[in-house]
Design a binder for this molecule. Structure first.
Ligand code: KG4
Ligand code: ZN
Length: 400
């Protein structure tokens, strides 16, 4: 089964072509083409994701990315002289009425290349930033109609779960995980614990009551004068502080660590950093030390709640996913604690390159749900399930 996957939920535009051989979850997946454009440079000047700029960028890049992924795959069109009736062209323009430049790009692409023989298009329909999601969803609807291909809507968070167990043994397969499993999903928009009875049976058993953990990394980085996205920057500084054994800069609280439930809070921690650095000239060592102090508390809270969930729910596998799962300190602490307290539990972290948003994970989730695929006609009813206000750090707004 040849799957085309499309991801536009936040600040990465991504298109992949993935060949799935066999049945989910035992299939092997060959990535034939993978094209991704990160908007980080555009959002950096705002200090976070700025929705209208993000939407514009998705519109500008999605067709070139489709072209790139197809070229990389070596896939040939099924007809050399594509034709489109005036009526079909009008329908297409109507479908992309809110993104007229996208309609024009798609028509030009079609006139040059025509139809491709794809079995399924998988598209992220949520959660995410709503204006961004709509670009991918509307584009997919139009493409599905043009190529006459069924569409499967994909939940972005399930994509992160699958990315974290993909190709771990370098065999192009998903790891054969034992259930019940627990997913710790940590990204710029989410911090949640998901109980997984089996594939497709998910229950949210914990979540942040305020900021997402990635958001906290980004905001603290901003307080320390480090660029967006803050996660990797904080992480680098923290590693430096550990290497140089810098003394503690501030004793930071671990919010909700003893709340007795599986929820998280990161807003208070960010505020504590804000007070700790207020009216102070920070030396480079101070920046490194406070980044380390912050990262230590985050790792402690995430680990404590994850371990509690493992014990409460008789968990056999922990799957850590989302952009923050790239953090090596969190990985070390969580793995070391699991090894001591639950040595039989296996923990999975995403392979390099698949922790932050990508479209390979959307193809994997699309394959899992191929039975729920909609016909090109049915796909017209697809909607984006996102948050209009989801911005990590809104422009000009105070960050506490
Ligand atoms: O999953 P993702 O790419 O996008 C969302 O779905 O939100 O996650 C992006 C988030 C950002 O907040 C970024 O700062 C954080 O992941 N991140 C990290 C690291 N790499 C990315 N946070 C901590 N440590 C890292 N190494
Ligand atoms: Zn994500």
């Amino acid at each position: 089964m040849l799957i085309l996957s499309i991801e536009t939920s936040c600040d990465e535009t991504a298109v992949s072509l993935v060949q799935a051989t066999g049945e989910f979850p035992h299939a092997s997946y060959e990535i034939l083409g993978d094209a991704l454009w990160s908007q980080i440079d555009i959002h950096r000047e705002y200090g976070g994701v700025f929705p209208s700029a993000g939407k514009r960028e998705h519109i500008a890049t999605i067709v070139p990315l489709l072209e790139k992924a197809i070229k990389e795959s070596g896939l040939e069109p099924v007809e050399s002289t594509p034709t489109l009736t005036a009526e079909e062209e009008t329908t297409l323009k109507e479908m992309l009425v809110r993104e007229p430049s996208l309609a024009n790009q798609l028509l030009t692409f079609f006139k040059e290349h025509g139809r491709y023989s794809i079995d399924l298009i998988a598209v992220t329909t949520g959660p995410g930033l709503e204006p961004a999601l709509w670009v991918g969803v509307n584009f997919t609807k139009a493409l599905a109609k043009l190529w006459n291909v069924p569409v499967v809507p994909v939940n972005h968070m399930e994509g992160h779960i699958l990315a974290s167990i993909f190709d771990i043994d370098r065999d192009d397969k998903l790891a054969d995980i034992a259930f019940p499993a627990l997913a710790l999903l940590i990204s710029g928009g989410h911090t949640e614990l998901i109980f997984m009875k089996d594939w497709g049976y998910y229950e949210k058993i914990g979540q942040t009551v305020d900021d997402a953990v990635g958001e906290a990394f980004d905001k603290v980085a901003r307080l320390l004068g480090l660029p967006y996205p803050g996660g990797p920057e904080i992480s680098k500084q923290a590693a430096l502080a550990r290497k140089n054994k810098l003394p503690e800069f501030a004793s930071l609280p671990a919010p909700m660590i003893d709340s007795g439930d599986l929820n998280f809070s990161f807003s208070g921690l960010k505020t504590a950093v804000r007070y700790a650095v207020a009216n102070r000239e920070l030396s480079t060592n101070d920046v490194a030390a406070i980044a380390r102090d912050f990262e230590d508390v985050v790792a402690e809270v995430l680990t404590k709640k994850t371990i509690a969930a493992v014990a409460q729910h008789n968990i056999k596998t922990v799957v850590v996913g989302g952009g923050v799962s790239a953090n090596q300190h969190i990985k070390r602490i969580l793995e070391a604690t699991l090894l001591i307290e639950h040595p039989d539990v296996t923990a999975y972290f995403p392979p390099p390159g698949l922790s932050t948003d990508n479209s390979v994970m959307i193809a994997l989730a699309g394959h899992a749900h191929q039975d729920a695929a909609l016909s090109p006609e049915g796909a017209k009813l697809l909607t984006a399930e996102g948050n209009k206000k989801h911005r990590r750090i809104p422009l000009g707004e105070k960050i506490i």
